[in-house]
Design a protein. Structure first.
Length: 396
């Protein structure tokens, strides 16, 4: 199946079982499903048309539609519209765990928008609205720390104020490490920590962190190189039907490669379509049993039976597509490994460069301390000498 055919196949899967339905029977779920797959296929205008038909009052799909709309507007640079969508989700009453999760994602999305607009103070205040009990707390603290650093960098003409902002960043990273000790294994988090140490002129601490980071990156590099020679091993966990946070935790490099992310989203779209078809099959099978029980006309029964046949055919096509996408995903990940290795080499170069700088700064600080001590000693000797001369002069 070609790329263009695959892009539209998700839409066909969702449209096929409602093609014979009346307009008023098409539910908010269907509008949301169509809009989401149009968005994932890159058809933003069509996605917006479908999603706009879902009322915010719909308890399940209203907020979800606003979130996908916000993502679409963000991609097109329409930040004001994206802010409005996020704000509607944030202000909506929380009635379930999924509502809270989506609300927290909206807070993150709004903060990221401010960051993109270079409104660092607004971004910081928005990140701080997310509680540490959120499932996204670790991600929030990492991004908040990064925002603090960029905010501090903009105050190069106000060093004292910048230092206070960097100290806020340091406090945020400490909170992150308390909340999730494993996060420090992520090279991006470690690089953020060592860069912050350099800004706070903590040479010895930065040198230690850089040394650890170089070691971790070399180990990661070796692991990826080993995976190049092993079949069907690396993407196993990524192929599982897990949420974004879990996948990032399992293998944090996956979103660094656009094609991997694209295929992974297509695979998830197929999983969603399979679930939609399964639900519709169950609906029609129950409906068919009711028709048979109530002795309805054969024309209605035949129509329901035909719909089940259509859904079975679609289910087979979706299953075949899943197999194809799983194979494509494996191939794409294998092709992405060299670019991940290139990223690691870039980080290694930065880490080694930073290590050299931090060691030189540490050495400079040590030399400066020695120089200061020698100056103090010289002043004391000079004072003693003057006192001695005055004492001898007085005795004459």
């Amino acid at each position: 199946m070609g790329e263009s055919m695959r892009s539209y196949f998700y839409v066909l899967l969702l449209l096929a079982f409602v093609s014979s339905a009346k307009a008023e029977e098409i539910s908010a779920r269907t509008y949301y499903g169509q809009g989401k797959v149009f968005f994932e296929a890159g058809q933003d205008k069509k996605a917006e048309e479908m999603l706009a038909l879902v009322p915010m009052s719909d308890n399940i799909y209203g907020r979800k539609s606003q979130y996908v709309l916000a993502a679409s507007y963000t991609k097109q640079g329409q930040f004001d519209k994206a802010h409005d969508c996020f704000e509607q989700i944030i202000k909506a009453k929380i009635q379930s765990i999924s509502d809270r999760s989506l609300r927290d994602l909206a807070v993150l999305g709004k903060a990221r928008l401010y960051y993109q607009e270079n409104k660092m103070r607004e971004a910081i205040l928005t990140y701080q609205k997310l509680g540490l009990d959120s499932v996204y707390a670790s991600l929030m603290l990492y991004e908040l720390g990064m925002t603090y650093i960029h905010y501090g960098d903009s105050m190069y003409e106000q060093p004292l104020r910048a230092k206070r902002v960097y100290q806020s960043a340091a406090g945020t990273l400490e909170e992150l490490f308390k909340l999730n000790k494993q996060v420090f294994q992520d090279p991006r988090v470690r690089l953020l920590a060592v860069d912050l140490s350099m800004r706070l002129e903590e040479g010895p601490k930065a040198a230690l962190l850089y040394r650890d980071m170089v070691h971790i990156l070399i180990v990661t590099q070796q692991r990826l190189q080993d995976e190049l020679h092993q079949e069907n091993k690396l993407p196993a966990m990524l192929l599982a039907k897990q949420d974004d946070a879990e996948i990032q935790k399992t293998f944090s490099w996956v979103y660094s490669h656009g094609q991997v992310k694209k295929v992974l989203n297509q695979l998830r779209g197929t999983y969603q379509a399979q679930e939609e078809i399964k639900n519709e099959k169950n609906h029609y099978e129950v409906f068919l049993q009711m028709l048979l029980r109530d002795g309805k006309t054969m024309a209605i029964i035949d129509k329901a039976q035909q719909q089940i046949v259509n859904l079975n055919r679609l289910e087979q096509q979706a299953n075949a597509l899943e197999v194809e996408l799983r194979s494509l995903f494996l191939k794409t990940v294998k092709e992405a490994i060299p670019s991940w290795l290139e990223q690691i080499n870039w980080l290694l170069a930065g880490a080694n460069s930073g290590l050299v700088r931090s060691v030189l700064r540490e050495q400079y600080q040590q030399d400066e301390n020695i120089r200061q001590i020698e100056m103090i000693k010289a002043k004391e000797l000079l004072k003693i000498k003057k006192e001695s001369e005055l004492s001898h002069g007085g005795s004459l």
